[in-house]
Design a protein around this ligand. Structure first.
Ligand code: CTP
Ligand code: MG
Length: 229
């Protein structure tokens, strides 16, 4: 059985600060979304790629980028106003496809995920039902006590930063989404945690960054240029 990839791409990229979606920003001469989709499309175990896009961006994906969408055999689905709604749209599009065993949800804004990390998280999820890439928190973490503007230090030893892909057996993810329809979560793993199923943390590379601010694009460009040398 195969894996389906869902790429949430229906955000606005507000923190990136441009008029158009940050996913259309160019990274090493190609649009950011295409880098991400190509990494997943190159994996033999991924049988379908569903990308959730906004109504506003649809003319761009179906116009100037239609050829790139076709080359990677991407299925476009209609995203929603919360990321959770966008993932749900991808999941709904998989209804009735019995060839899919697992779903890998991966931010379209995370173009640098490595093959080794993909292999590791797929393998762990196939054993446990649910696994995500994550990295240990690298720095000292403070909690700001607002009432008196003091800080207290949080023990970081058990703190991890969640990344994507987040990979689940399809039935488990459906159950999590059914149970919590309409109530957004910060990531998909949180929905699965809420129904009481453990989510395994697979230690990934710290350079699997999400493009959030303009400077993240410069970092990504540097990482890609390093790799091609
Ligand atoms: N996303 C989505 N649907 C939404 C919101 C976000 O599919 N309603 C996608 C984004 O397109 C992105 C991924 O989820 O690929 C991670 O979200 P984030 O980095 O926050 O992107 P944006 O929401 O676009 O950015 P911002 O929060 O700065 O507006
Ligand atoms: Mg967002």
């Amino acid at each position: 059985k195969r894996i389906a990839a869902i790429l949430p791409a229906a955000g606005r990229g507000q923190r990136f600060g441009r008029a158009e979606n940050k996913l259309f920003a160019m990274l090493c001469e190609e649009p950011l979304w295409f880098h991400t989709a190509r990494v997943l499309a190159s994996r033999p175990e991924i049988g379908r790629i569903l990308m959730a896009i906004s109504d506003q961006d649809r003319p761009v994906f179906e116009g100037p980028y239609a050829k790139l969408v076709n080359i990677l055999r991407i299925e476009l689905v209609r995203g929603g106003s919360e990321r959770t709604d966008s993932v749900r749209a991808g999941l709904d599009a998989l209804d009735g496809d019995n060839s899919i065993a697992m779903v890998a949800i991966h931010d379209a804004a995370r173009p640098l995920v490595s093959d080794a990390d993909l292999t590791a998280v797929f393998s762990r999820a196939s054993k446990t039902g649910a696994a995500i890439l994550a990295t240990p928190v690298p720095g000292t973490i403070k909690r700001k006590i607002n009432s008196d503007d003091h800080s207290i230090t949080i023990d970081r030893r058990e703190l991890w930063v969640a990344q994507t892909p987040q990979v689940f057996h399809v039935d488990l993810l459906r159950q999590a989404y059914d149970r919590y329809r309409g109530r957004p979560a910060t990531d998909d793993a949180e929905l699965v945690e809420r129904i009481g199923h453990p989510v395994a943390l697979v230690r990934g590379r710290a350079d699997n960054i999400k493009i959030t601010y303009p400077e993240d694009l410069w970092v990504a460009e540097a990482i890609l240029n390093r790799e091609s040398k």
